[in-house]
Unconditional design. Structure first.
Length: 108
């Protein structure tokens, strides 16, 4: 075999629906579009602000599942930012050289 391996560049893409969406993404998008269609059929739209309110669920759900580079989609970025700002921000150093230096007392 000469130790040659073929590893795909993006193996995660094969587990996604159409190579882009997770099941939750399609549920979110489908719910937003379905809600928009129901609102379009039931409400009368005489003014621009009424049209904006009726179309908002579909546009918002589509915006959240837009795929972007280096992340899965906009929803993933929002979740990661929320986790970063609500989790502990004090990082304790426990690296490989922790035994090489004396304990430094905190300045607080």
């Amino acid at each position: 075999m000469r130790n040659t391996y073929l590893i795909p560049a993006n193996t995660k893409k094969g587990t996604l629906i159409l190579g882009i969406f997770k099941p939750f993404d399609l549920i979110l998008l489908g719910t937003g579009v379905l809600l928009t269609i129901i609102l379009l059929l039931t409400l009368t739209m005489n003014y621009t602000w009424q049209v904006a309110i009726v179309v908002a669920p579909g546009l918002l759900s589509a915006f959240l599942v837009i795929p972007i580079p280096n992340y899965h989609n906009i929803l993933t970025i929002i979740i990661e930012c929320y986790t970063f700002y609500t989790s502990r921000q004090r990082y304790i150093w426990k690296g490989w050289c922790v035994k090489d230096v004396e304990d430094v007392k905190s300045t607080k």
